[in-house]
Design a protein around this ligand. Structure first.
Ligand SMILES: C[S@@+](CC[C@H](N)C(=O)[O-])C[C@H]1O[C@@H](n2cnc3c(N)ncnc32)[C@H](O)[C@@H]1O
Length: 526
């Protein structure tokens, strides 16, 4: 059959559809969920199905609620006849089924005038496309619901809630009709994404199959009839989800060219009760797959005001007779730290050749004058150099007081050369000492999520550090900036946005935020 034949057949089908629809009341059509898919959308859907299935496999097509065959018609237009090995449809209502069978006679369609939900499944189909009847649960008799729940359980291993519409049962029952690796595209109400009865379906989509893509139409888009305004197209493959799988959520525009698009991880989807929040931007996006800031709060190290004055060695402190307790350990500049793991003595001082201390007495000058004359004299020296008048110092309550920056378990060297000899422009250092850091480092403090996980499993911080050091320079640099001469710099915000899927996997499931409220609490508590 030629392209023009296909176009003419579609024209005939549309006329038939209009004629058959007009012979029924709206109420009667509602009862069986009889609303046809517009031609343009059916075309988009079949073309998209082809892009997911690949261009080799012979197609075994099933539409469990075929109507006059909008999808079958699009199938014929989208693929050469030689690729279509089999095409099957079910239709309960002979009002549509009979004329449709006549229209498609001789094209190879096997159209069964039967109730799909009562058929014995045969798992032969690798392309299942369906706009199932949207019959609400309160139009279904209790007995019927019970029968469908049982059948769904048998087919897909989950029991749709009693509040589920007929389309949920269609989806569950169809599982048994798909061949392993086959793809399904469902044009269904987007309601399931948010409401309670949708939970079971969402779990099925996340656990039993590989959810590929959910596209929602923009209700303001005039191209669809009113029945479709709140619809979504749900695409999945019948195979278990691969590790680190991301699901595409799109909105508006068309399936192939959506207005908004975003990849969302399975943990983020499990944690979110309202899927229609995706793909729009919101606070929850921090959990869309694990970025560094999900696990670490990132702070720049201390800007002392003058390292040569505020940072001293033990020998210098001793030579000037300064009180040791006015100091706390601080890491030397990264070029003096050759190791990636810093051990500590029993006082928390880093086990490094170069041991340095930050002056941070935390007492007013008057007190210091009375109690520690040597330290007072040292501060006066600083004043003579004009330190107390420098921008940083003069804006402090005590000009010599330092910012609060407790020791961080992981610190990052954030200035590096892309061609550094070890191939790593930035280093993550496991800091087991009580040393703070100056601003040649970024300090990484565990978030509440990470703290909870560390309590459950203390080894997690070391494993997290290993993961961070495995992040490829390209991934890190992708977020960072390049300065003249090949110098790379990673700002705290940029490091915060580096994806680390591996880390989310490490967090025991039980520690992950489970509900939206919990996530908001976590975010608010940070
Ligand atoms: C939303 S329409 C979709 C029709 C067509 N596939 C399309 O996309 O235009 C749903 C169709 O499913 C049929 N249907 C309703 N219950 C059914 C059942 N239990 N078994 C098979 N078909 C059913 C309706 O008669 C209707 O034609």
């Amino acid at each position: 059959m030629s392209k023009t034949d296909h176009a003419r057949l579609e024209q005939d089908r549309l006329e038939l559809q209009a004629q058959l629809d007009s012979q029924k009341t709206r109420a009667a059509r509602n009862k069986l969920g009889q609303f046809a898919t517009p031609t343009a959308l059916a075309t988009d859907i079949l073309e998209y199905a082809g892009s997911i299935l690949g261009n080799k496999e012979p197609i075994r097509f099933l539409d469990p609620a075929i109507g006059t065959g909008a999808f079958y018609s699009a199938l014929l237009r989208a693929f050469p006849a030689t690729r279509i090995e089999r095409a099957t449809g079910y239709e309960i209502d002979t009002h549509y089924g009979q004329p449709a069978a006549e229209l498609w006679d001789g094209t190879g369609l096997e159209l069964n005038h039967m109730d799909f939900t009562r058929q014995r499944a045969s798992s032969k189909f690798n392309m299942l496309i369906c706009n199932p009847p949207y019959v609400r649960h309160h139009h279904m008799a209790n007995e019927e619901k019970g029968r469908l729940q049982l059948a769904s359980m048998g087919a897909a291993g989950f029991r749709p809630s009693g509040l589920s519409g007929l389309y949920c049962h269609f989806l569950a029952l169809s599982h048994a009709w798909m061949s392993e690796g086959g793809v399904a595209g469902w044009l269904i109400p987007s309601e399931f994404m948010d409401v309670n009865y949708g939970q079971a379906i969402k779990r099925y989509l996340l656990e039993k199959v590989t959810l590929l893509h959910i596209h929602r139409f923009d209700p303001n888009d005039v191209q669809f009839a009113d029945a479709l305004v709140s619809s979504a197209v749900v695409w999945f493959r019948k195979s278990p989800p691969p590790k680190h799988h991301q699901v595409k959520f799109t909105f508006g525009g068309t399936l192939a060219e959506p207005a908004l698009s975003r990849e969302i991880s399975i943990p983020a989807l499990s944690a979110e009760t309202k899927w229609t929040r995706f793909p729009a931007l919101n606070v929850r996006d921090r959990y869309t797959g694990g970025v560094v800031s999900d696990f670490f709060k990132i702070k720049r190290g201390i800007a002392t005001g003058d390292n040569s004055f505020f940072i001293l060695s033990k020998a210098e402190i001793a030579a000037r007779g300064l009180p040791m307790h006015a100091f706390r350990p601080i890491l030397p500049s990264p070029r003096y730290v050759k190791v990636d793991e810093i051990d500590s003595d029993k006082h928390g001082v880093p086990a490094l050749d170069r041991r340095l201390f930050l002056l941070d007495p935390g007492l007013p000058e008057d007190e210091i004058r009375k109690q520690y004359p040597a330290l007072y004299a040292y501060l006066q020296e600083g004043k003579e150099r004009g330190l107390h008048d420098r921008y940083l110092c003069r804006n402090r309550k005590l000009w010599y007081a330092q910012e609060v920056r407790p020791p961080a378990p992981i610190v990052c060297t954030y200035l590096g050369r892309g061609d550094a000899k070890n191939g790593r422009p930035f280093r993550f250092i496991l800091n087991k000492s009580a040393a703070t850091v100056a601003n040649a480092y970024l300090a990484m403090y565990p978030t509440l999520l990470m703290e909870r996980a560390m309590k459950a499993d203390p080894t997690i911080i070391r494993r997290a550090w290993e993961v961070l050091n495995r992040i490829t320079p390209e991934t890190l640099l992708g977020e960072g900036r390049v300065y003249g001469g090949g110098l790379h710099k990673l700002e705290p915000k940029e490091l915060a946005n580096v994806p680390v899927l591996e880390l989310m996997d490490m967090i025991p499931t039980i520690e992950r935020p489970q509900t939206q409220t919990e996530i908001f609490e976590l975010v608010a508590a940070e």
